[in-house]
Design a protein around this ligand. Sequence first.
Ligand code: FAD
Length: 477
Amino acid sequence: RPVLVLFRDDLRVADNAALAAASRSGKPVIAAFVLEGASSGARPLGGARRWWLHHSLAALNGTLATIGVRLVLRRGAMGEVVDSLVTESGTDTVFWNRRYDPGAIAADTTMKAGLRNRGVAAESFAGHLLHEPSRLVTSTGGYYKVYSPFWKAVAAGPEPRDPLDVPDGLEPFAGNLASDAPDAFGLLPTKPDWAGGLRQSWTPGEAGARVRLDDFVAGALQDYAEGRDYPAYQATSRLSPHLAHGEITPFQIFAALQGAGSDVSGAGAAKFRKEVGWREFCYHLLFHNPHLGTRNFQPSFNAFPWREDEEALRAWQRGLTGFPIVDAGMRELWETGYMHNRTRMIAASFLTKHLLVDWRAGERWFWDTLVDADAASNPGNWQWVAGCGADAAPYFRIFNPVLQGEKFDPEGRYVRRWLPELARLPARYIHKPWAAPPAVLAESGVRLGETYPRPIVDHRLARERALGAYETARSAP
Ligand code: FAD
């Protein structure tokens, strides 16, 4: 009787505990991916991740074929599809790696009970995270709400295990199970095809992830601690979409750092481990706060007077706020499905503080447009920036987008790349075109209000308004 392995947020064959267990069972192996509908419980993927998923599934299909396993693609509710696959194939065992989105946890728990009721062995495995969020507890038995002690507790625990090898000698399943064609999933954009920039920027799939990791460890890692804050540099790993789709695991990343020789104890590797730790922390928070994506972590923010301002939200989404560092970030996002962490923080701060738009509207936009949109890291970081999250930046610390631009993009390289209409402005005005003398603007081909917008808010007034709103929320009964 065959064993069925489900692929979900783990589109890889290396370091895949469920697949490794199937291999050890000695039974024929069936691999399946189920595209779930909106009612499945798991958060439906946004457009950018759907694009990625299409290509990642194609890559997985190819890799599985090299180890003799066929990938069956089906659509529908996970539990129901798995039930029919069990019936059609005569499977008596189903394995999968755990998911941590609260809706997905609930769906998987129900599925496990249903399978066991039918007499089918169902087992789930860990692998998406270095630690299981349910197991890490504080000395008083609660969960961690502050990052530093959380990471200290993780670091005090056992060393991350070694990654698992790609199984070989798998027995293929001889039966014939119907499979959807990948195109039938309809994951790719049709008209308009907005994915050109994504195609140029990324290689979805396990092999692409491995290349990124190896390149990063051999190169940018050395200067990561200093370089990671500068959006114009290629100083970070860009592994986030690969991690979101489970094409690579934190265990593989940690093992690669071990192999990085002299830098293992260096500042770059230490900082990088801590950043991967933020991903873990966000999952820890999500596990203990299933409504992290919709409810303020700090209830004191429930009375916050957010503004409904469709026009401002739209200007922000399009990268037309008139603040170059914000607009450059938003255009990078639209073009490539990615935004540098520094500009994510600046853009998110601008939306929630300068425009006073609810962080949930920004979170939703990121969810739809990021190739690394993550059910834990996206709301976790949005809440952190907005001031209502766990261990959050204090609300009253309001980024000045001009100073942020001048500090982290001093020559304006990042702005010039994403806002070609400002490319010819001298560095001293690149983050504040409105301050440039008319002759300089004319010489640079910039016509404010025509080729590039004037600022949609005044920084000083917006700051005062935000602080006033914060006071209102704080003094609410
Ligand atoms: P690197 O600097 O190379 O870091 C390595 C890995 O560590 C990342 O791939 C990521 O998995 C993890 N990491 C780093 N910083 C963070 C962080 N602050 N929080 C959680 N994990 C982190 N990251 C996502 O993966 N998905 C999201 O949906 C997401 N939304 C965000 C929204 C906002 C408003 C902000 C401010 C940050 C968000 N981040 C999100 C975190 C961070 O910006 C990205 O993880 C990072 O920019 C990815 O680039 P990288 O892989 O080159 O990062």
